[in-house]
Design a protein around this ligand. Structure first.
Ligand SMILES: Cc1cc2nc3c(=O)[nH]c(=O)nc-3n(C[C@H](O)[C@H](O)[C@H](O)COP(=O)(O)OP(=O)(O)OC[C@H]3O[C@@H](n4cnc5c(N)ncnc54)[C@H](O)[C@@H]3O)c2cc1C
Ligand code: SF4
Length: 353
């Protein structure tokens, strides 16, 4: 049975591939710098007085209210660690003016629910910008990464998961002046793409493309972009006419470059995360709760993939599993990750044929 496209990426007005026209922003951001440049446009046009965003402080991601475009530059780039996020929302509600909020699907959903109940929040928040999210990484998973890179937390001055082109590089500046830099795929794929170190909440979360946001942003993982784009492009989904107009206006004023794409292309680019969040979730949920393999829904491929996902998550969070992954060479984990991705790819193709 074909899988409904609307069910996979939520309701939307239009889908785009786009990027910031500011090459520096595009270079330092995660994908195309579209979030940073759209917020800059909104600030410069007086549509917002600030934006609730996240920057790294050492090894900790911290939410803050950016009030100037140069604060947005500090916040560019994805932070894949869990974030403590209630304090700044209170500060935003107590401030004067209008704000945009950037967040992961779980956060944007919570804000949307709060907005339904709070007139004060509705008055203050004019735009919810949502990032796509397959999962964040657990603190254990982060420690394993540092262990594999042979650095201790105390030695680190500055840490960035991405930036420096696309798909970007991990960057660590040590207090002794030494720098470590690693291509995104060289650490993300072997350590995290087989779902190792996925936090519990992410195991059972079904929103991949930030369906409750006004505009959603993700990586443009399309073969034609991967082949030739080294600066980066974002996948952008507008979910209301008003939000779509703001995007168009940002393009007209020269902040963003946008090209329309079909929802099929969004799904093609994001098949792996959608497979995890939508296709195998029901089976994973049942397997995790009831441990009853026979009653898991969805046929052999869904159940088999859900089982492997659960197994990888559980093993990586056990003491022994963490210990083993810490010691396995990146090359071996890379091989396993590619094999796992192939199994999921053929299952996805079979299920959606
Ligand atoms: C945990 C996580 C998982 C993701 N998973 C996927 C995925 O599976 N597939 C995919 O295509 N894309 C995923 N993304 C989104 C992707 O990494 C980029 O954030 C997105 O493409 C936007 O890039 P950009 O260059 O337009 O944004 P930028 O211009 O780099 O701006 C990013 C903005 O997001 C804010 N931000 C960064 N991290 C967080 C955070 N954790 N919580 C709240 N705000 C934050 C920054 O402060 C900044 O304002 C994920 C992002 C995160 C943080
Ligand atoms: S996978 Fe879901 S619960 Fe986990 S960080 Fe992303 S949106 Fe939040």
């Amino acid at each position: 049975m074909p899988i409904s496209e609307k069910r996979l990426i939520g309701n939307f007005i239009r889908c785009y591939i786009g990027y910031s026209t500011d090459k520096y922003v595009r270079w330092i951001s995660s994908s195309g710098g579209a979030v940073t440049s759209l917020l800059t446009f909104m600030m410069e046009e007086g549509l917002i007085d600030g934006a609730l965003v996240v920057k790294m402080e050492g090894l900790k991601p911290k939410q803050f209210i950016a009030r100037r475009p140069k604060d947005l530059i500090l916040a560019a780039g994805s932070k894949y660690l869990p974030i403590q996020s209630s304090i700044k929302l209170k500060e935003l509600m107590d401030s004067k003016g209008k704000y945009a909020i950037v967040g992961l699907p779980c956060y944007i959903r919570a804000i949307r629910n709060l907005m339904a109940r709070s007139e004060k929040l509705r008055k203050h928040v004019t735009m919810l910008l949502g990032l796509f999210c397959c999962r964040s990484i657990s603190p254990t998973g982060f420690k394993v990464l540092l262990h594999k890179l042979c650095v201790s937390e105390e030695e680190i001055e500055e840490f960035r998961f991405r930036g420096h082109g696309w798909p970007g590089r991990l960057h660590i500046s040590l207090k002794n002046g030494r720098k470590i830099s690693l291509p995104y795929f060289d650490y993300w794929r072997p350590l995290y793409s087989p779902y190792f170190f996925t936090p519990k909440a992410c195991m059972f979360c079904s929103d991949m493309t930030n369906e409750k946001a006004d505009i959603s942003f993700g990586d443009a993982w399309l073969p034609k972009i991967i082949r030739k784009d080294v600066l980066g492009s974002s996948m952008i989904i507008s979910r209301s006419e008003e939000a779509d107009k703001i995007l168009q206006e940002a393009q007209r004023k020269g902040f963003l470059k946008l090209a329309s794409i079909s929802e099929k292309e969004v799904i093609k680019a994001q098949w792996r995360s959608l497979f995890f969040k939508k296709t195998t979730l029901p089976a994973r949920l049942l397997l995790a709760k009831r441990r009853n393999y026979a009653s898991a829904p969805g046929g052999f491929f869904k159940v088999a993939c859900a089982l492997i996902q659960l197994m990888n998550i559980r093993i990586s969070e056990s003491h022994l599993g963490t210990h083993i992954i810490e010691r396995l060479p990146f090359a071996f984990l890379q091989f396993y990750a590619v094999l796992h991705a192939m199994i999921e790819y053929f299952s996805w193709r079979y299920i959606t044929r």
